[in-house]
Design a protein around this ligand. Structure first.
Ligand code: ADP
Ligand code: 5GP
Length: 198
């Protein structure tokens, strides 16, 4: 449903694109990576039309906007990629990538449709997929997080099935890491990313 501009690289260094089914535990791993390497990475702050969750800060976790504002940004060509996920829009703007401090490595956290679009650009990104140990464990983590209704939980699990299938396609990701044990997964992630950007 969406198309990305083919030449949209506002940054001098190839970004790291991270994707994971919702509930896999991306923030748990990435907060740690950021804390350990504060100068190295800058996070591209996405726009979304979903409501903020408790603990989320507008302009830090996301730019929370109305559907009208999001659609007007689409019309202006503001996004490198965007999609609809679980009833809401999500997108990475050119400005969000530009806003990352000079010299830092841009980190973009997106789902599968966004990955497909970024692959059509000239960003030259590295793609890392974080995988839950199983769909049963994913359900348990999403339930444990306490943020979803039964309906949105079902939608996220259904989408996770599709994302896990897509991740099996050879060559889609440069690295796949299973978030089974947090410490083990963190070491693998840190090792890969630091190696990939050096
Ligand atoms: P995401 O943002 O990827 O949707 P969250 O970071 O909200 O996922 O994680 C979902 C839940 O899973 C959280 O409650 C988190 O504490 C838990 N979690 C994350 N990593 C692990 C892990 N390796 N083992 C067990 N639980 C985890
Ligand atoms: P959540 O609502 O749990 O924060 O995010 C839902 C999904 O949307 C996650 O898989 C997350 O990585 C993805 N997502 C967040 N921002 C963007 C974005 O800018 N573009 C795309 N394509 N996906 C995003």
């Amino acid at each position: 449903m969406t198309s990305a501009p083919p030449n949209s690289n506002p940054t001098s260094k190839p970004p790291i694109v991270l994707s994971a089914p919702s509930g896999t535990g991306k923030p748990s791993l990435l907060t740690r990576l950021f804390a350990a390497h504060p100068q190295t990475f800058g996070f591209s702050i996405s726009h979304t039309t979903r409501q903020p969750r408790s603990g989320e800060t507008p302009g830090v976790d996301y730019h929370f906007v109305s559907p009208e504002t999001f659609e007007s940004l689409i019309a202006q060509g503001a996004f490198i990629e965007y999609t609809r996920f679980s009833g809401n829009y999500y997108g990475t703007s050119i400005e969000a990538v530009k806003a990352v401090a000079e010299g830092a490595r841009v980190r973009v956290d997106i789902e599968m449709e966004g990955v497909k679009q970024v692959k059509r650009t000239d960003l030259g990104a590295k793609y890392v997929f974080l995988k839950p140990p199983s769909l049963e464990e994913l359900r348990a983590r999403l339930e444990g997080r306490g943020t979803e209704t039964e309906e949105s939980l079902g939608r996220r699990l259904e989408r996770a099935r599709v994302e896990l299938e897509f991740a099996e396609v050879p060559g889609v990701h440069d690295k796949i890491i299973v978030n089974d044990d947090l410490d083990r997964a963190y070491e693998e992630l840190e090792g890969y990313i630091l190696g990939a950007i050096s």
